[in-house]
Ligand binder design. Structure first.
Ligand code: SAH
Ligand code: SF4
Ligand code: F3S
Length: 445
């Protein structure tokens, strides 16, 4: 084995990047790298980047400016850029920042060991191809170390939907689903290493259609039903979904599968049909509300979360009011809302833009409503008994912290041997962004 070197990865963006960062660390493990959580003592620093909004992308250049300083005193330090900014503007990064040694797009992580060897011998390396081979087939198998109780598992990647505002179809490429057997193997392996909760990931995870062991295409519902039978796997979640791909069987699975948690992230972006059409979402507000009603019929206690964009080109006050009205109708337990951000190369960037002040004002008004809904739903948990998967020590001594079925953060005074267990907890108070609870009875009873 080569000399041990230290690798520091900083992850931006969505959960898929979190998953990819773990895989990159494993891929470089074979080249003698071990993970460190400090940039100062690293031999290689990788930024796993996000291109979704302008701010996210600009952050990378300022971060690279800082890293360049580190390199002045340590000429052996290698700096790499991965992820969606790498994919979108790899050559530009190389040009703007000579301190960068390596740029690797999200579909080429399996080529990292070779690229690392190349830069060690003094060159620079850039790979932003969409290679024909599947990166998942080539990534090093995981070291069999124990893991925390909750893990991500990418089952689908890429997007064919081309919403008019979004870079993902360009940075992640076309939709690809991993075969069922590989997903199940990875899930079983995670469970064997202490994982109790798996979140299935995909840019459009509910468009999953992987090759099944029977030679047929399996949808997400069938995959979830199979995972529901994996002994020791207590919880299944999936994200992110598109409203047009919420098929009957998937909705039904929310009523049938004990391990499938009552939480669904289903972005709608806007409540105005005019804006939805301009966004190329291919559904109306009424279509979305119908899907929500059907999911709630299958699983009445499901908590819905969503994403919204305000100030999309052409959005009027009336359109914005339609968004507020939709939010009132749905009642969100959790939400992410953003000002529209112009992305180079996407159709909406070419259109007449809404004033920044107007965007800011709408964002504040939308967020006030969403926060009020979130707080009400969270406060309504007080007095109820909920199941909590304890994930880590809490902030206070003697506390553990975990997530409820509805993905609320819960803090409880509890012994550390409950880490990794799902335990009933009575909620006694709602704090700002979390709940406080107490153990009830014996967890094994
Ligand atoms: N695949 C998911 C999410 C993709 S990106 C979906 O279809 O919903 C996550 C969120 O970022 C989006 O839901 C959207 O709300 C937001 N987003 C994407 N592009 C954006 C842009 N150009 N400006 C502002 N927000 C954007
Ligand atoms: Fe982007 Fe739309 Fe694809 Fe989601 S569905 S990743 S918002 S293009
Ligand atoms: Fe960002 Fe790429 Fe994820 S643009 S949101 S890191 S898919």
């Amino acid at each position: 084995m080569a000399d041990q070197k230290k690798l520091f990865i900083k992850t931006y963006g969505c959960q898929m990047n979190v998953y990819d960062s773990e895989r990159m660390a494993e891929a470089l493990g074979g080249s003698g790298y071990v993970a460190t959580d400090s940039a100062e003592d690293a031999d290689m620093i990788l930024l796993n980047t996000c291109h979704i909004r302008e701010k996210a992308a600009e952050k990378i250049y300022s971060e690279l400016g800082r890293l360049k300083e580190l390199k002045l005193n340590r000429p052996d330090l290698k700096i790499g850029v991965a992820g969606c900014v790498a994919q979108a503007e790899g050559a530009e990064i190389m040009r703007r920042q000579p301190a960068v040694d390596l740029v690797v797009g999200p579909q080429s992580y399996h080529r990292l060991p070779q690229m690392e060897a190349d830069i060690r011998s003094g060159g620079r390396a850039l790979d932003t191809d969409f290679p024909a081979e599947d990166k998942f087939d080539h990534l090093a198998s995981r070291p069999k170390a124990q893991r925390g109780p909750s893990a991500f598992l990418t089952v689908q990647e890429g997007c064919d939907k081309f919403c008019a505002f979004c870079v993902v179809p360009y940075t992640r490429g076309a939709e690809v689903s991993r075969p069922v057997a590989r997903v199940l193997d990875e899930a079983r392996d995670l469970v064997a290493r202490g994982v109790r909760e798996i979140t299935l990931l995909g840019q459009n995870v509910n468009a999953y259609h992987g090759l099944g062991p029977d030679g047929l295409d399996w949808g997400l519902a069938r995959l979830i039903r199979e995972l529901d039978r994996v002994p020791g796997l207590a919880r299944i979640r999936y994200t992110t979904s598109h409203p047009n791909d919420m098929e009957d069987d998937l909705i039904a699975a929310h009523g049938d599968c004990a391990a499938l948690m009552p939480y669904l992230h289903l972005p709608v972006q806007s409540g105005s049909d005019r804006v939805l059409k301009a966004m190329n979402r291919k559904h109306t507000a009424a279509d979305y509300l119908r899907v929500i009603a059907r999911i709630r019929a299958a699983r009445p206690d499901i908590l819905i979360s969503g994403d919204f964009i305000v100030g999309f080109p052409g959005e009027t006050e009336e359109d914005f009011q339609a968004t507020l009205a939709l939010v009132e109708q749905v009642g969100y337990g959790q939400c992410y809302s953003f000002k529209y951000s112009e992305r180079p190369g996407t159709p909406a960037a070419e259109r007449a833009q809404v004033d920044e002040d107007v965007k800011t004002d709408r964002l504040h008004r939308l967020q006030a409503l969403l926060t009020q809904q979130q707080t009400e739903i969270q406060n309504a948990m007080v007095g109820r008994v909920v199941n909590v998967l304890f994930e880590k020590p809490g902030r206070m001594d003697g506390q553990l912290s975990g997530k409820s079925d509805h993905l609320h953060a819960v803090h409880v005074e509890a012994p550390t041997d409950l880490l990794g267990r799902v335990v009933p907890v009575r909620i006694v108070a709602a704090v700002r962004n979390s709940l406080a609870g107490v153990l009830i009875g014996d967890p094994d009873a």
